[in-house]
Write a new protein. Structure first.
Length: 169
């Protein structure tokens, strides 16, 4: 599918559209599928979910500059509001669907500057542990700060936290 055809297709929807680019062999896609279906059901009638098999649309992926899957695009009134790659938790998916409903662009997760700041602090704490003659508490604190900078990209953390959240519900 060509980009012009894609844009026309998106503009024809009378509701906001969330598009997932996935593939049958993609592990993170399989992991996210039940959560995406749950959120799709919650927003039924208000937001459309369009699933595109990446294996069938190589040209479109190239034109949209999608280099990893899963990737989710959020459209409202034919305009791209957000783009997120990687497996997402239920709350992140809800934020994307909410964004589609409001029509206001946004960002999911940490900003690049917040992530960089946390990584710098983690490195400083690790250096402090080294200069304090292998201070275990500083190394542990450094590890916690580092994890807080990257947790939203960690597939293992996403899987574990989703299981814990589902058990609390």
């Amino acid at each position: 599918m060509k980009l012009a055809v894609w844009n026309n297709k998106i503009k024809r929807y009378n509701k906001p559209v969330v598009v997932e680019f996935w593939a049958p062999w993609c592990g993170p896609c399989k992991m996210m599928a039940p959560y995406l279906n749950q959120v799709k059901t919650e927003y039924a009638g208000r937001v459309e979910l369009l699933k595109i098999n990446a294996d069938d649309e190589n040209d479109l992926l190239r034109e949209l500059k999608i280099f990893s899957i899963p990737t989710i695009l959020v459209y409202s009134n034919g305009q791209l509001l957000a783009r997120k790659s990687g497996a997402l938790a239920v709350d992140q998916l809800r934020k994307l669907f909410d964004m589609a409903l409001t029509g206001k662009p946004g960002k999911i997760g940490l900003s690049n500057s917040a992530r960089a700041f946390r990584l710098i602090i983690a490195a400083a704490l690790a250096a402090g542990g080294f200069f304090a003659h292998q201070s275990i508490p500083l190394y542990l604190l450094s590890g916690l700060v580092f994890f807080s900078a990257v947790y939203d990209r960690c597939l293992i953390w996403k899987f574990i936290s989703e299981k814990l959240l589902l058990k609390r519900s």
